[in-house]
Each structure stands twice: as C-alpha cells, then as structure tokens.
Design a protein around this ligand. Structure first.
Ligand code: ADP
Ligand code: MG
Length: 847
C-alpha cells in the first residue's frame, strides 16, 4: 500500500500526524518515534526493510488493510542510520516532543534533525582521520565560489575556484567533499559527474539563510563568500535543522596560497591512498602520520594536501621541527601528553548538535586536564602559541560529572555527590528509603514470626512482601496486608506502611533522574558559551600534534632540513622515495637530482623496471614534503618554491569515465601545458606511449620542446623513444640522464642509479638476449635496429610488406606453376629465352 493511496480522513490520529510530518520530508526516510522504537511506514518501511534486512510488519491505522511498517529499537538506531546514510539516503529523525506520561491524547512529535552523508555528527561512520565536508557550490559564470563545512568539528571555509569544471572537481575531490549543495539543477554535467562518477551526494536548495549566524561571516567583505555561506547554512539549518553555534568564523582559502595539485597528481604520487588498493596503508600520509590525536591526524592530512607557498610559514615549521628534535625530552613529554587528549573538535561538535552524553564530558575533562602541562612545554620550547587551558571548565566537570556514567542521559548517575545540595538530599532520601526497606523487613520478621519473609521490588507492582506458600497460614487479617500477586510457591502482599515509603523512594528516584538531566544540560550550556575558544584550543593542539609528528618523522626516517632558493635551482643529494624506502625489502638506492638555472628538463631513458617512474615521483614528493613544512628524504636539498605540480604517470586509465588511455593522457598533458608556469613542476612519464610509434614520438618531441623552451618550468620527462635524446644537442635547457643497469653471471641487475647522458641504445636487445631469446631473433632485431638508425626503416619495411604480399598473391598463379614445371637443365638457351618471352607476354596480358 502506498502513502498516496490512503484516504487521510479514514486514518487513526497517529497516522494523520505521521502524514502531516512526512509531507515536509518527502525525500528523507522518516524515523518516527513511538515509545522505544523508531518506526518507518509505507514506502519508507518497504525500502528500509530491504536495505536494512528488517522484517516488514504491518500497522493498524484505521484502514481495512494494515499499512507496511518496520522498526528499530531506539537504543540501537545508530548503525541503521549509518548504513542508510552510507548508501546515500537521508534520514529524518522524528522524536516525541512531550513526555507521554504528562499528556492526554496524542503526543506532540516533530523532526529534530536530518542526517545526510555530509552532515553526520556522532555516528561510528565518522572516520577519525578524515574531515567530513559538505559544500555549497555557487556558479557565478566567471568563477565558482565554494563554501564547505565539517559539522562534526565546526570548521568552515570559503574559496573561489576558476571557472573550469575539472579544477572544481579536483578541488572537491582533494578536499574529500561527501555532499554538495547547489542552487539549481541546471548543470546536469556537473551533477552527473559528482553523483555518478564520484559518488558525491547532491542536494538542491532554493533559499538563503540571512537572519541567523551572521557572526561567521561578519568579517567577510566579498559578497560571493557570504552568499555561499547563506546557501549552505540554509540547507543545514532549514532543511536539516542543525544547531550551528559551534561553527567558527569562516576562513578564506586562497587557492593561490597553496601548491596546486590536481587530482591525478594526488593519486599518482599516492599521497593519501595507494593507486591500486585505494588504501591509506603505504601512502605518504600513512608514512608521515605519527600524530597522537585524531585532530592532529586530520591536520597533517590538510598540510599534506595543501603545501605552502609562503616561505616564512614554511621556515617556521622547519624551525619548530628543529627545536623539537633538539629538545627531545620535551618532545617526548609533549607526545605523552598529547596522547591524553581526545577529539576536542568533535566533542565541541557534539556539545552543540550531537547526542552528548556524560562520557563525552569526561573525555573533555581528561583532555583539558593535561593542557597546563602542554602549555608549560610549549613555553619551554619557546613556541609562539597562545594556548588557553580552560581550567574553569575543567574544574566544573571535575566537580560535577560522575566518574562512571551510563551511555544515556536519562537514567541518572551523571552528577557527582557534593555538586548540588538539592540532589544530594534527594539521594539521601532514596538511600534512606532503601535502608528503611531493609529495617522494615527485619521488623516484619520479628513481628510476624515468619522467618523467610522477604521484601522485594519489581517494576510492575513496586515494593511487596513475599511469603512462601507454606507460611501463608501465618498471615493474619490484623496485618492489613493486601494480596497483590500469586506465584507458584509464594504470595506477594503490600501494606500501607510499605506503600507510603515506596511513594517517597520512587518519587525521589524520579526527581533525581530529572534533576540530573537538567543539571547535565545546564553544564552543557555553560560549556557551549566557551565553545569557540575551545575550538581555537583544539586547532592549536592539532597543529602542535602535526608538527611533532613531522619532527618524529625527521628523526626516524633520517630527513634533512631543506634550504629554499629563489633561483629556480633544484639540488638534491641522495634523494630517496620515503615510502618505497620504508616498505621495500631491497636496499633503496639514493639518487641526486640536479637542475641548475639553465637546465629545466631532464630527459630520462633507461630500461623497463630500472626506476624511472620512481625517480620522478621521488622528486615531486620531496618538493611537496618541503612545502608542507617537513624535512625531506635526502642528505642535502636546495629547492625552489613550486606553484603547481602536474603529473602524467603510468596508465591511470580513467575506467569510470570510459575514456581511452590515450585520450586521458592527452587531456592530462593539455592540462599541464595550459596551466603550468615557469615555477611549476611537470612529470611526464613515457608520454605518447598510448598511440602508434611515430605519432607518439612526434607528439612527445613537440611537447617536450614546448615545455622546455616556452613554459620553461622544471620537467622530468621519461621516454622509451631514444630518438629524443638528440634534442640535448639543439636545446640547451634539456639534459639527458639515464638509469643504469648491469649484467653479471647472465643476469641483469638494475642499479636504480641515475647517471648523466643517454642510455646505450642497444640496451633493450641486450636485455632480450640475456633473457634467452633465440639468436636468430636477436640478430634480426639488431639488423632492423641498424635500419632504423639509418632512418630508412620505414621504406624498407613497406617494401618488405609489398614483396610478401605479391608473393602471396601469386601463389596459385599459372605462371608460377609453369615456372616450377620447367626443367632448366634440359633446355637450350634459346628455349629458355623463348619461354621467358612467353611468360612475360602472359603476365602483361593478365594485367
Ligand atoms: P620504470 O619506471 O623504469 O619501469 P619503476 O620506477 O617502476 O621503473 O621501478 C621499478 C622497480 O624498481 C620498482 O619496484 C621500484 O620499487 C624499484 N626501484 C625503483 N627505484 C629504486 C631505487 N632507487 N632503489 C631501489 N629500488 C628502486
Ligand atoms: Mg615507469
């Protein structure tokens, strides 16, 4: 039965209420709270039962037919929501807004929040190492403005992006945006790319939130930013009913402040996940993440994805690393204390818009506890950081929050003794009551002489006196007991005195729970007032954790402090690829990379598997690490500041978009060539491989020349077209290098060592010989190579093909048959000449 098929007037009052609410949440799955369950009805019920593998039942709603329904218990709802949100559904949580006990008739209900992929706050779904961003994109036709927020931490950013779709998408992917809000659905291409190719949720809204939360943008002047924030906040506040009071002032991200890396670069260099398995393990981030807190881990990722261009800021990070490593005792103390800190950012998020419980507040307390020690260490290190310690909040929590609270906040045991006199008094009544019960039992035993008499409690009947069947005869009328419940071998009674005391105890219990709940919320409100200051602290702690992690890496991986130059010089001594060095079983061969002012292109040749791609990646990684403020894997590094990195490495077939390798290759090449400046770095790995030899070689040559002479950026260009190595003679900015290999004992050994000059041309054939190919094949290959080298291969080859074809054509030819049948030894010269004449005429005739 569908929702649209029912007649509203026939429905029960509750179903009417359901439909009234559901009308406002057509796109969401409505979790409708009834008692201890969230129920889903009609189509929502069918869908949820399918997606969550729940039993579909029915509910009587005043109609003849029962309506489809399925439900989940309220206390275990999280994993269900998580599953649905992960699959791209939105979930609206509808709660009972009144206590059913205090209401006559229908309980008031309302949606309290909507959860979608980008706005998850307190589910297990949140990966502690990643931000969960939701973004609004505004298209101003000459540029895009994006505003993105992580609701779980309260961070908010705005940024303008050039009006190029691939740049926009690269930006969104690099940020890890999960959900996007647009103002209209006109840009179908964008929507289908986001949804279809990259699994990013898209929501359309048509409003602006103008009259709330102005403080997050009151410092901004650019109207574009403000509009973008208003669109995003409209979605979050009006559509999803979020409380955003923990969201901090928007930070402007000028794309230009950071080293620009497109999505191919991030992927090819395996910065945050590996190419093949798409896993964090064995990525550069995995290697560098020595942080102690999840905030620090997210910060480090942010640094890696946004390397700096500002020299002063880079140097500041180098200085801090150096200081930390000089003061290794302080560094260790700092790390130990950082370890005590929980995810302050997300705790702040929970305080304003999540389901905060007392255990969260204990986490907050324990985190704040170590702040004075950390402040002391920071001062001793001489770091310029104005870290607040929030000791007032710490003391409040220390005084107020019970040490061993339950997960929920509606069963008491939240508040410590000594915090509130009123509460303590109620508790003493409660415990006094309990004491009374014990005494009462003893007294009754005494009075009645029934030795095994018991006073007990259950939820249905409250306190009772229990008498075993054998003793019933001893229960006298004079006791004024009232029978309440009969068991197989006992009877239960109540007495007026017991009831009186019971009222007192139960009342106290109820009041305690209520009061603790109220106090908990008051404490929460008190902390909320300081939420932005707490967030500042969280941010500082995150940075401190990230820089300490880099210091630990510097020591553990033997990294060196780079020197920065403004002369376009790259001088790396004994550079290494840090991840391969760490992961591979083999000894890593360190390599220099030297490009002085006059050289901007290294043309790299060498056999397969010799280490060309690794060498190229290594340079990019060293530059990125240097600009994120880290030391680098080398013994010496003198580096320029790079503005953009472009890569075209390996066969990263864009399977999803279904384009051919070669098309992808050319698009990436175009992207590099059109956007690179002389401060950029380009890595072209075996460019042109995806098409026919002459095509590919010609393109490779023309692109190489263009990049080296026109753009003049630093370029590493690996190639298997040895013909290109002669360019070194005509273009002074190109330098040949090669990766060497040696043979010994009939085996080829890759030295992985970069040397000057081009590789020996016959090397490939040499390797083939070592691999044991037949002599005939090798010799033929050498001949063919000789022809190539004379530059005449093309014609020769065509001639050969022509010959073969003619030969095949005439296989069944009568001329051939005749020739074969001739017995030359028995022919006179004249006969032979005549026969030849005949054959010739015949051929001419046949033409
Ligand atoms: P190519 O691009 O020349 O085919 P790769 O860069 O893919 O070669 O490297 C081939 C293999 O050699 C990889 O498994 C890599 O780990 C290893 N390798 C590359 N460079 C080095 C090096 N400098 N030291 C040790 N191993 C290396
Ligand atoms: Mg390669």
């Amino acid at each position: 039965m569908k929702r649209s098929e029912v007649n509203y007037d026939d429905l029960s009052p509750m179903m009417k209420q359901y439909l009234d609410i559901k009308k406002e949440y057509e796109d969401e799955l409505l979790f409708y709270r009834i008692g201890d369950f969230y129920e889903l009805f009609f189509e929502d019920g069918l869908l949820a039962s399918r997606e969550l593998e729940l039993t579909l039942t029915g509910k009587n709603a005043g109609l003849e037919e029962r309506i489809p329904m399925c439900g989940v218990p309220f206390h275990s709802v999280k994993p269900y929501i998580e599953k649905l949100v992960n699959k791209g559904y939105k979930v609206a949580i509808c709660e009972q807004l009144e206590d059913p006990k205090d209401t006559k008739g229908m309980v008031k209900r309302g949606v309290v929040q909507v959860i979608s992929k980008g706005t998850v706050v307190d589910l297990e779904l949140l990966n502690e190492h990643d931000n969960h961003f939701i973004a609004a994109i505004l298209d101003f036709t000459y540029m895009y403005t994006i505003c993105y927020a992580d609701i779980s931490t309260g961070s908010l950013f705005v940024s303008n992006v050039p009006h190029q779709k691939d740049k926009l998408i690269s930006t969104l992917l690099n940020l890890g945006i999960l959900e996007v809000v647009l103002q209209n659905n006109e840009d179908l291409e964008l929507i289908s790319t986001l949804k279809g190719t990259y699994n990013i949720e898209v929501s359309i809204v048509d409003g602006l939130l103008k009259d709330q939360y102005q403080s997050v943008y009151s410092h901004l002047e650019d109207e574009h930013y403000i509009r973008a924030i208003q669109v995003l906040f409209y979605y979050l506040v009006v559509k999803e009913l979020k409380d955003l009071s923990h969201v901090e002032e928007a930070q402007i991200i000028y794309q230009d402040d950071y080293l620009e890396m497109d999505i191919h670069t991030v992927r090819n260099l395996e910065l945050i996940e590996t190419l093949r398995l798409k896993e964090r393990t064995f990525s550069l981030l995995w290697l560098l993440d020595k942080t102690k807190t999840s905030m620090g881990s997210r910060k480090l990722k942010n640094w890696l994805m946004n390397p700096l261009k500002n020299e002063e800021m880079i140097i500041d990070r180098y200085n801090k690393i150096e200081k930390l490593n000089n003061e290794f005792i302080l560094k260790e103390q700092l790390r130990e204390n950082l370890y005590e800190i929980y995810d302050l950012e997300r705790l702040c998020g929970k305080i304003t818009c999540g389901s905060l419980n007392a255990r969260d507040l204990l986490q907050l307390k324990n985190s704040l506890k170590v702040l004075p020690t950390i402040l002391e260490i920071v001062r001793n290190l001489g770091f310029d950081m104005s870290l607040q310690t929030h000791q007032d909040i710490y003391e409040l929590l220390e005084k107020a929050i019970y040490e061993n609270p339950p997960v929920t906040i509606k069963e008491g045991y939240l508040i410590k003794e000594g915090y509130s006199a009123e509460l303590d008094e109620l508790k003493s009544i409660r415990s006094g009551g309990k004491e009374f019960i014990a005494n009462f039992e003893a007294k009754l035993k005494e009075e009645t002489g029934i030795k095994n008499l018991k006073v007990g409690y259950n939820k249905v009947f409250g306190y009772y006196i229990e008498i075993t069947k054998g003793q019933i005869a001893n229960v006298s009328e004079d006791f004024h007991w009232e029978r309440r419940q009969t068991l197989t071998n006992a009877e239960r009674y109540i007495s007026p005195e017991l009831k009186e005391k019971e009222a007192l105890i139960l009342n106290a219990e109820e009041k305690i729970i209520e009061l603790e709940y109220t106090m908990f919320n008051e404490i929460k409100e008190t902390i909320k007032k300081d939420i932005l200051a707490l967030k500042d602290t969280a941010n500082l702690i995150a940075s401190l954790d990230a820089i300490t992690a880099l210091a630990v890496c510097a020591e553990e991986y033997h990294l060196v402090r780079p020197v920065i130059n403004h002369e376009h010089i790259i001088e790396i001594k004994n550079g290494r690829h840090p991840v391969i060095e760490k992961v591979s079983n083999m000894e890593y061969v360190a390599n220099d990379c030297v490009m002085d002012r006059n050289v901007n292109t290294l043309l790299i040749t060498g056999p397969n598997m010799s280490g060309k791609s690794t060498y190229m990646r290594q340079l990019a990684i060293i530059l990125i690490m240097a600009q994120m403020g880290s030391f680098v894997p080398a013994t010496k590094a003198n580096l320029p500041i790079i503005d953009k990195i472009f890569t075209r490495i390996g066969a990263s077939d864009d399977l999803v978009s279904g384009e051919s390798t070669f098309m992808v290759e050319m698009k990436e090449a175009k992207n590099a060539i059109c956007n690179a400046t002389e401060d950029s770095l380009i890595l072209f790995d075996e460019l042109g491989r995806g098409t026919a030899t002459y095509d590919g070689m010609s393109l490779a040559e023309s692109i190489l020349k263009y990049v080296s002479t026109k753009i003049q950026c630093k370029t590493l260009f690996s190639t298997h077209y040895h013909e290109l190595t002669v360019l070194e003679n005509s273009i002074p900015t190109i330098k040949n290098v090669h990766v060497s290999a040696i043979e010994s004992d009939g085996k080829i050994t890759f030295l992985h060592k970069i040397k000057n000059g081009a590789v020996d041309k016959s090397y490939g054939i040499h390797v083939a010989k070592l691999a044991g190919l037949p002599e005939e094949v090798i010799n033929d290959a050498l001949n063919i190579l000789a022809m190539y080298e004379k530059g005449s291969k093309k014609e020769k080859k065509e001639e050969q093909i022509q010959l073969v074809m003619n030969f095949q054509d005439e296989k069944e030819n009568p001329i051939e048959a005749k020739l074969k049948s001739l017995d030359l030894l028995r022919m006179t010269p004249i006969e032979a000449l005549n026969t030849l004449y005949e054959l010739k005429t015949e051929i001419e005739h046949n033409k």
